[in-house]
Design a binder for this molecule. Structure first.
Ligand code: FES
Length: 271
């Protein structure tokens, strides 16, 4: 009897494993659920995403680039909301931009494996009985849409540069007389780290690796691409860690700006 036959006969959750096989999918379930709940709530608030107290300039990554906002905020269009937005729907600037990063995460090779296991138990873990007997695969819509990952990579890459701009912009303070000076505050460190973590995640993507060298047949003929490929491979080997660190930190970055904007936390300027 093959292994597959043995597994097919097991009922859901039945296994001969004695280790804590449920722990990892359980933690992933809790972590992703918590992030999705917070990001949805924060993205729908439409306020407290920008802090300019003490001459600082902190914009939540959930709202960057800020397309529409209040006049004193770093908005790209001179309006609080688009003229075409249906009046019966609540508006939040985050709604217009979150699809890019969200699409990148949902279609990411790592996250697919993680949420397949933890959210619909397909399979929940190696050697553990599954809840269904048929193979769902990724050859039909909606799972077929995962193939769009390579395009989300380009979108997410642009966001990384925008977030680096936000981090560097946070180093420039507005003085009481209207002049500008360089400085470092906790908020600027938070936003710069956020951009770094997201860069580590985004540029360690399997698509990026393929793009810069994975498609080559003979590395010796393209030494520069080979060097890039090796650099990306270093990030790629830790893709799961980058995925989680960047996820947690982008949520914390929003929380930090939000707490400062609400007056709950103080954005300490170090110098
Ligand atoms: S594989 Fe994870 S971001 Fe592309």
């Amino acid at each position: 009897m093959s292994n597959a036959d043995t597994l097919k006969r097991r009922s859901f959750g039945e296994t001969a494993r004695i280790d804590a096989w449920w722990l990892k999918p359980g933690l992933v379930f809790v972590g992703l659920t918590a992030f999705i709940a917070y990001a949805t709530w924060a993205g729908m608030q439409g306020k407290h995403y920008f802090y300019d107290g003490g001459g600082a300039h902190l914009l939540s990554p959930f709202y960057s680039p800020l397309l529409y906002g209040q006049a004193h905020e770093p908005r790209l269009f001179a309006a609080e909301l688009p003229s075409w937005w249906p009046s019966f729907l609540p508006f939040s600037a985050a709604i217009l931009i979150l699809a890019g990063p969200a699409g990148m995460r949902v279609t990411c090779y790592y996250y697919r494996g993680a949420y397949y296991k933890s959210f619909w138990a397909d399979p929940v873990a190696c050697g553990v009985g599954e809840p269904r007997k048929s193979y769902w695969g990724e050859h039909r819509i909606p799972l077929l849409l995962h193939n769009a990952h390579r395009y989300f990579f380009y979108v997410a890459g642009v966001y990384v540069f925008i977030l680096f701009y936000d981090g560097l912009r946070a180093l420039v303070y507005v003085n009481p007389d209207g002049s500008h000076s360089l400085g470092i505050g906790v908020g600027s460190i938070v936003l710069l780290l956020n951009a770094c973590f997201l860069a580590g995640y985004t540029f360690g993507c399997h698509c990026h690796r393929h793009l810069l060298g994975g498609h080559l047949r003979i590395f010796a003929k393209a030494p520069v691409q080979h060097a890039c490929y090796q650099c990306i491979s270093m990030l790629n080997r830790r893709h799961m860690y980058w995925a989680w660190v960047s996820l947690v930190w982008v949520g914390f970055s929003d929380l930090y700006v939000r707490m400062c904007a609400m007056g709950v936390w103080t954005d300490w300027r170090i110098f």
